[in-house]
Design a protein around this ligand. Sequence first.
Ligand SMILES: [Zn+2]
Length: 157
Amino acid sequence: MTRTGIGYDVHQLADGEKLIIGGVEIPSPIGSVGHSDGDALIHAVVDALLGAAALGDIGQFFPSEDETWKGASSSHFLADTVKRIGDAGFSINNVDATIILQTPKLAEYISQMKYNLAYSMQVDESQVSVKATTTDRLGFVGDGSGWAVQAVATLIV
Ligand SMILES: [Zn+2]
């Protein structure tokens, strides 16, 4: 039996913040505002995994008001989530994600993001897909005030 979950995350972009996507620090004058490292890719993947297992959502397990997670690397969230999913009897079939960001261009960093996600989830890179798109300058992504990530995860029982 397989189960599918969806994840969606949005963060503001601001001057002087780091832009960390899938654990990769991208050179950029603007970065992601967040209580942790603002890594919306990992946050969306965590929510997709939790959703597929019907275990809840990221805010439940890693609340932003919890000082433990201030400035934390989101890869910890992902590793912890994968452990919870395994404990509940699920294994990961595949994860697919779309990063929605106007600038900078991400093409050269995608393979490292896939590697990092696969490593944190203890799966093969062939089970992880990461894509990137823009909004053709429309909306909050287009004007550079924020970015978003959508993710889907399929688990095997
Ligand atoms: Zn987030």
